[in-house]
Design a protein around this ligand. Structure first.
Ligand code: PMP
Length: 324
């Protein structure tokens, strides 16, 4: 972990960023978070943060659902994130730099949460808020280049009618954990979740795309999904750079077995080809060609190697003046 954490308005050493066991969010899942990633570019000796402000804009929507107030606008929180990276990545902390180089990227985790003592207080409007942000070197999530073997989960994705999945709400990740655990214990790499009507919605923490007859098909953002930043980026680059038609619509379970290609995407998993679902090969059982094209372009962009998409990157250079 980075040595410095932003906690309730201040940068503090890691050991000072602690919360009491009575904290509301710990008991009731009353928090919202983001997962942001910065890639290290050795040639340019810099970190590139991917779509930083867009993550905080999504967080603004999440916290509204939960009656949480953020300590600043998306722009202000982006500045704090950059400062956090500078304090951990720059200057004299060679240990962190080496870890980042090894991992190739840094994961940034802002967390806004209800912080009063928990007992008997379910009115969110009456519980005070805290905010923390830390960063940690992060390696490849799914290093499996040969593609993932996936199961359709017996757990149904949380519904907008229960806990809105478009808000990145900590409590709803119990749903993710149940699906992921079942999947791992059954020998699969990842879980695919259906909604209450049996439509395919998303992976445990990734959005879903399938290729059929040359088109990319993905569930609508009004489905029970998180509106992923990676999903949004893929739609833009598939249309504008690869000339691939993108269709957003409901997807029935039966359709996925006959798809030409399938991939999952997210900040953590990047773009992960799916080669098998429920013991059935997808396409020819290998990571597909369109998946490969999308992945190549996406990796180029996030690593700071595609000037057209610098608009999506915030650069943090290593500078010894940022020493603590
Ligand atoms: N769905 C869920 C449930 C997730 O947790 C994530 C990861 N944040 C995603 C989709 C992918 O979203 P993003 O591309 O913004 O990381």
């Amino acid at each position: 972990m980075g040595k410095v954490i932003y906690f309730n308005g201040k940068f503090v050493p890691e050991e000072k960023a602690v919360i009491p066991v009575t904290t509301h969010a710990l008991h009731y899942g009353t928090g919202c978070y983001e997962g942001i990633r910065a890639y290290y570019n050795e040639e340019k000796k810099a970190l590139y943060v991917f779509r930083l402000e867009d993550h905080f804009k999504r967080m603004e929507n999440s916290v509204k659902i939960m009656h949480i107030k953020l300590p600043g606008s998306a722009k202000e929180l982006s500045k704090i994130a950059i400062e956090l990276l500078k304090r951990n990545f720059s200057g004299a902390d060679v240990y962190f730099l080496n870890e980042v180089k090894k991992a190739n990227s840094v994961y940034i985790r802002p967390l806004a949460f209800k912080s009063d003592p928990a007992i008997g207080n379910f009115n969110l409007a009456k519980v005070s808020d805290s905010f923390a942000m830390y960063c940690v070197p992060l390696g490849r999530h799914y290093a499996k280049e040969e593609g993932l073997k996936v199961n359709v989960s017996s757990w149904v994705r949380v519904s907008d009618k229960a806990i809105p999945p478009r808000g990145k709400i900590t409590g709803s990740y119990a749903n993710t954990c149940l699906a992921k655990t079942e999947s791992a214990q059954s020998g699969f790499d990842e879980a695919l979740l259906l909604d209450g009507n049996g439509n395919v919605v998303e992976g445990s923490a990734e959005n879903f795309f399938m290729v059929k007859n040359g088109s990319l098909i993905t569930p609508l953002t009004s489905a029970d999904i998180l509106a992923g930043v990676t999903r949004d980026s893929i739609i833009e680059i598939a249309k504008n750079e690869l000339g691939i038609e993108v269709v957003e619509r409901n997807i029935a379970r039966e359709e996925i077995y006959g798809a030409d290609e399938i991939f999952l995407c997210g900040t953590g998993s990047e773009i992960a080809g799916v080669v098998e679902i429920d013991g059935r090969a997808i396409g020819d059982g290998k990571v597909g060609q369109i998946t490969g094209q999308v992945k190549k372009l996406y990796l180029e962009i996030i690593h700071g190697n595609n000037p057209k998409y610098f608009k999506w990157l915030s650069k943090v250079e290593r500078n010894v003046k940022d020493r603590l």
